[in-house]
Each structure stands twice: as structure tokens, then as C-alpha cells.
Design a protein around this ligand. Structure first.
Ligand SMILES: Nc1ncnc2c1ncn2[C@@H]1O[C@H](COP(=O)(O)OP(=O)(O)OP(=O)(O)O)[C@@H](O)[C@H]1O
Ligand SMILES: [Mg+2]
Length: 287
């Protein structure tokens, strides 16, 4: 505790690294059982309800997330976007007063079933946060961190390059792999965090406002990357930025006060919303 007080940033980093290490240490078994096709549903949410200390924050949400699609979650602050996103990799399990109800299927299997290890789930379903959080190690070691924990030794240079290329960062850092990522711009750091997640080959990536702390040019790069990523993986992204949702996603879900108002193809939702509340939100009349 004393150390936390003296060097809070270092202590936080140490905790994040330990958590990452713990979450990578064991692999889930259901990866091998999944041979997804492009039409397959990755997630099926049936009446998902999340309560904090008994107070409902997400109210009976039912929707699907398709394989190799980008799904955007939009809605005003406090409507439950992050809460819903955290259900998808059992991150709410780590919040002591949170309770998740309803059914959540991942490739047809109950993600909250008794034999499912949430630590393993979080490795298959990676998460990138609003604020980039590179570890105080070299760029190379940040990317190699996950694969090393998985016991991979051979071909690490190739693994690192592949992940950095996947995150559209390779060209910018290939000559300084041994330097600290803390000298990178915010947008580069965020792409580094995406590369670090990619290096462990997740099936799904959850992003919670990944560009909120970035300038427009960096945001655009991350946005383009997110759209490209769906060739490899399934993406669910929370964003406050309407243009971003419109540009970077295939499907969009609009939430309001914990409820799902409307979900559908992004183009349709933005050009011909079915619900007047969706229209009011996307035209900037509230939120
Ligand atoms: N740990 C918590 N304990 C109690 N209430 C919480 C907790 N986390 C979130 N809430 C509440 O749940 C509701 C939904 O919060 P959530 O963070 O999911 O919203 P959000 O849509 O992501 O908002 P923002 O756009 O501001 O990030 C809010 O009313 C919030 O105050
Ligand atoms: Mg949020």
C-alpha cells in the first residue's frame, strides 16, 4: 500500500501488467470448437440486464453481433454503453456491486456458464480502453508481452511485425522497436495497444471510446484501422462520435437510459432511423 502511495503510476502499471499476465496465462478451450462463418452470430444477447447495487443500468437488451462485423454502440452519456460492452468479456465480474442477468451466448455457448473461466474469456475477447495504456517497456516488448506469456518463443520478430502491421503502426515504429512507446503520440500509443491485443490473436476486440483522447488525425487512423480489422476479427466499439459510428461500423445500436432503442445496418440507422428518439439523437437534438 505504501508503495502505491509513493508511486501510484508505477503501482497502477504493475497491477495492469499482472492482470494482463494472469489473463493470458490460460487459454480457453472453446476457440478450437469455433469455426465461424461470415454469417455466424458471435454474440447473442437475450434480455441482458445489469444492476449496480440493485439499480438497473442495462435493461433487457436483446441483440446479436455478427462475425467479422464492426458493431457500434452509441447513445448519450450514462445510457449503459460501457456496461453492456463489459458484459461481452465478463469484465463486469470484476466490479463488486455489478450483477449481470439474462442470457449471453458466444458462438452458441453460454458465456456465463458454470464451466466457463472468465479469465480465459477475456483473452479470447480482448479490450482496448479510452486512454492508451502502454507498459513501460520497449515497443517490441509491449507487443511480445502476451505471446511470451503464452509460451511462444519462435518467430517472435514475425509476431511483433504482424501485430504492428495489423494495427497500421509498423511503418512508423519499425526503426525504433527498442525505444519506449511513451515517446509515441497518443494515436500511435492507442494503435500500439490495439497491436498488443492483436498479438495474442483474439477473436473479438471490444473498444470503449478508443479515440476519445486523440486528435482528429489520430482518430481517423484508429478509425480506419477499426474498419479494416473486421477482415480478421469481430469488433464492438463504443463511441460518442456519430461520424465515427457511421464511417467505421457495419451495424449500429442506439441505447437510451439502459434500453436498446434500435439496432440495424449502420447506413439504414443513420439515413432512415425507425424510432424518433434515434433520429433526435443522430441529428444532435439531445445527448
Ligand atoms: N461501478 C458502478 N457503480 C454504480 N453505478 C455505475 C457503475 N458504473 C456505471 N454505473 C452507472 O450505470 C449507468 C451506465 O453507465 P455506463 O458507464 O455504462 O454508461 P456509458 O453509456 O458508458 O456512459 P459514458 O458515455 O459517459 O461513458 C450510469 O448511470 C452509471 O452512473
Ligand atoms: Mg462509457
Amino acid at each position: 500500500m505504501a508503495q502505491d502511495e509513493i508511486r501510484p503510476e508505477a503501482a497502477r502499471q504493475a497491477r495492469e501488467e499482472a492482470a494482463e499476465r494472469a489473463s493470458i496465462a490460460v487459454r480457453p478451450e472453446f476457440r478450437s470448437q469455433t469455426s465461424a462463418t461470415s454469417k455466424e452470430k458471435v454474440f447473442e444477447m437475450n434480455g441482458i440486464e445489469v444492476l449496480y447495487s440493485g439499480v438497473s443500468a442495462v435493461k433487457g437488451i436483446s441483440m446479436d453481433v455478427g462475425h467479422n462485423e464492426v458493431t457500434a454502440l452509441i447513445g448519450p452519456s450514462g445510457c449503459g454503453k460501457s456496461t453492456l460492452l463489459r458484459c461481452l468479456n465478463r469484465m463486469n465480474d470484476l466490479i463488486p456491486n455489478a450483477e449481470v442477468q439474462g442470457e449471453l451466448l458466444y458462438h452458441g455457448e453460454d458465456l456465463y456458464g458454470p464451466n466457463v473461466d472468465p479469465v480465459q474469456v477475456r483473452k479470447l475477447i480482448g479490450m482496448v480502453f479510452q486512454k492508451p495504456n502502454p507498459f513501460p517497456k520497449s515497443i517490441y516488448d509491449n507487443i511480445a508481452f502476451g505471446p511470451r506469456i503464452l509460451g511462444r518463443k519462435d518467430g517472435m520478430d514475425e509476431t511483433v511485425e504482424k501485430a504492428l502491421r495489423g494495427a497500421a503502426l509498423w511503418e512508423e515504429v519499425k526503426d525504433r522497436l527498442k525505444s519506449s512507446p511513451l515517446a509515441l503520440s497518443g494515436g500511435q500509443q492507442q494503435r500500439l495497444c490495439i497491436a498488443r491485443t492483436l498479438a495474442t490473436e483474439p477473436e473479438v476486440m471490444l473498444l470503449d471510446e478508443p479515440t476519445a483522447s486523440l486528435d482528429p488525425a489520430s482518430s481517423q487512423k484508429v478509425e480506419e484501422l477499426v474498419y479494416e480489422l473486421r477482415r480478421q476479427i469481430t469488433v464492438v466499439i463504443v463511441t460518442h462520435n456519430m461520424q465515427q459510428a457511421a464511417r467505421a461500423s457495419d451495424r449500429t445500436a442506439f441505447m437510451l437510459s439502459g434500453e436498446l432503442v434500435e439496432v440495424g445496418a449502420t447506413r439504414g440507422l443513420f439515413t432512415a432511423p425507425k424510432d424518433p428518439r434515434t433520429e433526435a439523437y443522430i441529428t444532435g437534438r439531445f445527448g
